[in-house]
Design a protein around this ligand. Structure first.
Ligand SMILES: [Mg+2]
Length: 152
């Protein structure tokens, strides 16, 4: 059974943000899978840009966590592809880079590629959870005006 089947089986808990996680490294995907409950998210975890684009064609996600360094299509190029497809009419999904690139200018490179934010590796669970909260609550603020008073 691959990562995606496993995560799809686990999905469907109500009220949790639906997050697409893209990372080519098996150990990193395993770590994310272990963290799903801790992060209070529902996640599909895929290994390549190609799989990510397929997943985006099938479901609407609240957030994408995107590895930068991947063979074939890297995170920056994949983000550009996703943003290009979104111009054809689907809604815009926030994309956060999760990357070991932590040099000056790397954050700007991610934003230029169409990402919304940046989390350097190694990160703590608290930092990752903060990032997820930040971008999924932003969506709540935008889409549920009557709830906005409860979201700062
Ligand atoms: Mg990688």
């Amino acid at each position: 059974m691959n990562d995606r089947e496993t995560s799809l089986q686990a999905s469907g808990q109500e009220g949790r943000p639906l997050v697409l996680i893209v990372d080519d490294h098996p150990a990193q995907r395993k770590l994310f899978r272990l963290l799903v409950d801790n992060l209070a998210i529902t996640a599909d975890i895929v290994a390549s840009c190609e799989e990510a684009v397929q997943a985006l064609g099938a479901r609407r996600y609240d957030l994408i966590l995107m590895d930068w360094q991947m063979p074939e299509v890297d995170g920056l190029a994949c983000t550009a592809m996703i943003r290009h497809k979104e111009r054809e009419g689907t809604a815009r999904t926030p994309i956060v880079a999760v990357t070991a690139h932590v040099l000056p200018g790397d954050r700007e490179a991610c934003l230029r590629a169409g990402m919304d934010d940046y989390l350097g590796k190694p990160f703590t669970v608290k930092e990752l959870r903060g990032m997820i909260d930040r971008w999924t609550k932003q969506k709540l603020t935008n889409s549920q005006v009557e709830e906005a008073g409860r979201v700062s």
